[in-house]
Design a protein around this ligand. Structure first.
Ligand SMILES: Cc1cc2nc3c(=O)[nH]c(=O)nc-3n(C[C@H](O)[C@H](O)[C@H](O)COP(=O)(O)O)c2cc1C
Length: 173
């Protein structure tokens, strides 16, 4: 699928069919997410693949009971291992670059899901401590996003965006 089409087609899909997602598709998604940019090439981003029903329910409870986390056959938890970003960049590495690195990898996951015919929803509204506990994250690994993935069972919701002209500034604000 042509890149422009992938970008235009991407939307958060929050309902999924029962059908499992093939491991090869998940591997292809991760192969591309792995190529995401990384501040100073510190590569803090890691991925946790969650298929276990008990773990999915615990993530659902840690993320404001968002149903897509229960319904998705697989969740990719994108996490940042700040033990790689902090030594070089200190607070900025831990609090800022680690998040941006994770966000870039997450967007590649969302785009690749479109290409693979999958629906995905990025969930960022969760309680960090609860998610960390469920995923058994060490204290230097921070959760960035929970990406629910499955074969879509709904059409993409349509949103009206702020017009682009209103968002473009020339030279200064
Ligand atoms: C940082 C961030 C956090 C988000 N957290 C959630 C979330 O917790 N639950 C959810 O359903 N969608 C979440 N979203 C998705 C947005 O609601 C969605 O991108 C927005 O409404 C635009 O829709 P679209 O992505 O389908 O174009 C999040 C998006 C971003 C960028």
């Amino acid at each position: 699928m042509e890149f422009e089409k992938v970008v235009k087609k991407r939307a958060m899909i929050r309902r999924y069919q029962k059908k499992a997602v093939e491991d090869e598709k998940i591997q292809r998604i991760l192969n591309l997410a792995w190529k995401a940019p990384s501040a100073g090439f510190t590569q803090p981003v890691e991925f946790i693949l969650v298929k276990d029903e008990k773990a999915k329910r615990a993530l659902f409870e840690a993320a404001l009971y968002q149903e897509q986390l229960l319904e998705a056959p697989i969740i990719i938890a994108v996490v940042s291992n700040t033990s790689r970003s902090t030594p070089r960049y200190g607070k900025r590495g831990r609090e800022f670059y680690s998040v941006i690195d994770g966000a870039f990898a997450s967007l590649i996951i969302l785009f690749t899901c479109v290409k693979e015919g999958l629906g995905a929803s990025f969930v960022g509204a969760f309680e960090d401590e609860k998610v960390s506990k469920v995923l058994k994250l060490p204290n230097y690994v921070r959760p960035i996003g929970l990406i629910a993935i499955g074969y879509p069972a709904e059409a993409a919701p349509k949103y009206k965006r702020i017009s682009l002209e209103k968002l473009i500034h020339k030279n200064t604000w």
